[in-house]
Structures are given as structure tokens and as C-alpha cells.
Design a binder for this molecule. Structure first.
Ligand code: ATP
Ligand code: MG
Length: 271
């Protein structure tokens, strides 16, 4: 199906003037067991693609394979607006992070360690401190700069990790259930922030989520991972009215999605 943003009448999904990331025929085996096969995904810049699926379906595995953290078959292509093919730069927020809650490491230390070779005991020049503050401001986290990592709440930590993943702005941002354990207000703030960022920076985002209501509200595209592959991919309306998706989640989502796209958000919020 032609991408809705595509302006090129000759476009066969990807031969358009937009940059995009293509995942072609990905397969992953771990300990000799096939986890993913024949995974194909096409993501345009500026799109938020949500990856949904049951526990153990392979969502985190897919993100780690895209990152190159685990080996896979198939290929990953990034086509820039001029159709040059390169490997995309990536930012990543993992599903879980084990932090030593007693460690004195601060948010500033974390950013400085990621971007400079300055030893921690030297103190940071003003320009570093200002740069970190600017990065944190992207996710409304500038007030967290001097906090200890171990002392951050779940929502604060995710804000810091998201800011770190965006410094520098990547082609592709991978978010693996970055809001598990966060209250409803924090969840909505996170989705709003991510949604704004993708527009401001023309960022491609792949977001793994179990929150189908927020996915329905914010995602441009949804990919349903099941039985080791992407079984269904399309707009939220297309995916949430798919029979396999309805069976898997045990909800009659089709009642909540009217044909009229204008009703999409309102219907999702009624859940
Ligand atoms: N290192 C590993 N060795 C062998 N199997 C693994 C390994 N890591 C994950 N798996 C298996 O791969 C499958 C997919 O795991 P994955 O973590 O990708 O699922 P998921 O869709 O992210 O699940 P969840 O929604 O619970 O986070 C699971 O069956 C899991 O047991
Ligand atoms: Mg996972």
C-alpha cells in the first residue's frame, strides 16, 4: 500500500522523496531456536510506528536485532531523502535497566560520560553543563541534571534516558516499553513528548508498547508481532480491526474504530 505521506505518484511504497528505514527479511535465532522470521517493516521519517504483540512474541528481540546488539539474517537499509543508502544512526531506550540505587552517579555524569572524555573529578565546564541542560529540556527534564540516577523515579529516569537517546538526534529512535510502571499522567506526557519530537525532528520512531489505547491515539502505523513474524501492519484502524489482533488481545476493538478517521482518537479514548 502506498504511504499516505508519499507525494510521488510513481512510488511503489519506497521509491518516493521521503527518507525511510527498511527492514528486509529479518530473521533471528537464539540458542538455536527461531525467534523471528521473514520480518519486513518500512518506516518513513516522521512516523511513529508502534510494535504490539503478546509477551514473548519477539518485540524486544526485533529492536535488539535492529540495533545490531544480536545477530540476524536479512538487512537494514536507511534511504535518505536523496535515496543514498546508509546505515541509520540510532537512539535506544531499553525495556529495563538495572541501576545501582546507591551509586553517586548523577544525570550530568551520565551525559558527560557519553559525550566527553573529561574525568569526573575535574568538574564540568559550563558549556558541557549547558549542553546537557539543553538535551534534557527536549524531554522536559532539565531540572533533573544534578539528581542521582539511583534517586530518580521511574518516569524521571525514562525522561533522562529518552533525552540521552536523542543526543545527538538519531535517524531512528527505538523505544522498548519505555513507560512501564509509570502513572497515567506520566504515560500521556511521554507519548505527547515523543509525538512532538517526531514532528520537530522528522524522526522515525519504533515504539514497543502494551498500551493499546495510547498506541491507537498516537501511532501513525502499528505492527503486530505474533507467531515469530509481523502478522499485520498498517494504520491503527487497520490493525485494531484485524481478526488476528482482535483474537490475540481478546477485545472487540472493531467496535471502537469507526470507518471515519476523525472518530479514531475519540473512539480509542472511550475504551
Ligand atoms: N538470550 C536468549 N536466549 C534464548 N531465548 C531468548 C533469549 N532472549 C529472549 N529469548 C526468547 O525469545 C522470545 C522473544 O523474547 P522477547 O524478549 O523478544 O519478547 P517480547 O515480545 O519483548 O516480550 P515482552 O512483551 O514480555 O517484553 C521469548 O520466547 C524469549 O524467551
Ligand atoms: Mg520485550
Amino acid at each position: 500500500m502506498k504511504h499516505p505521506k508519499c507525494v510521488n505518484s510513481e512510488c511503489k511504497t519506497c521509491e518516493c522523496n521521503l527518507c525511510c528505514t527498511k527492514i528486509n527479511n529479518f530473521g533471528v535465532k537464539r540458542s538455536g531456536i527461531e525467534i523471528l522470521k521473514d520480518v519486513n517493516l518500512h518506516i518513513h521519517c516522521g512516523d511513529l510506528t508502534a510494535v504490539i504483540g503478546p509477551n514473548g512474541a519477539g518485540k524486544s528481540t526485533l529492536l535488539k536485532a535492529i540495533l545490531g546488539e544480536i545477530s540476524h539474517t536479512g538487512e537494514l537499509q536507511f534511504l535518505d531523502a536523496n535515496n543514498g543508502i546508509t546505515r541509520p544512526s540510532m537512539g535506544y531506550v531499553p525495556q529495563k535497566l538495572d541501576l545501582d540505587s546507591t551509586s553517586p552517579t548523577s544525570v550530568l555524569d551520565l551525559f558527560a560520560a557519553a559525550h566527553t572524555n573529561i574525568p569526573i573529578w575535574v568538574g564540568y565546564p559550563k558549556r558541557i553543563r549547558e549542553g546537557v541542560r539543553e538535551s534534557l529540556a527536549r524531554t522536559h527534564g532539565e531540572h533533573l541534571i544534578n539528581k542521582r540516577l539511583g534517586g530518580l523515579s521511574g518516569g524521571e529516569l525514562q525522561r533522562v534516558l529518552l533525552a540521552l537517546a536523542l543526543d545527538p538526534i538519531p535517524h531512528l529512535l527505538l523505544l522498548d516499553e519505555p513507560v512501564s510502571g509509570i502513572d497515567q499522567k506520566g504515560l500521556e506526557l511521554f507519548y505527547q513528548t515523543v509525538s512532538t519530537l517526531r514532528k520537530n525532528y522528522d524522526l522515525s520512531i519504533i515504539l514497543v508498547s502494551h498500551d493499546l489505547n495510547l498506541v491507537a491515539e498516537y501511532a501513525d502505523r502499528v505492527a503486530f508481532v505474533n507467531n515469530k513474524t509481523i502478522e499485520c501492519c498498517g494504520t491503527p484502524q487497520e490493525v485494531f480491526t484485524n481478526e488476528k489482533v482482535i483474537q490475540t488481545f481478546g477485545l472487540d476493538w472493531s467496535n471502537r474504530f469507526q470507518k471515519d478517521e476523525k472518530d479514531r482518537v475519540a473512539n480509542a479514548l472511550m475504551v
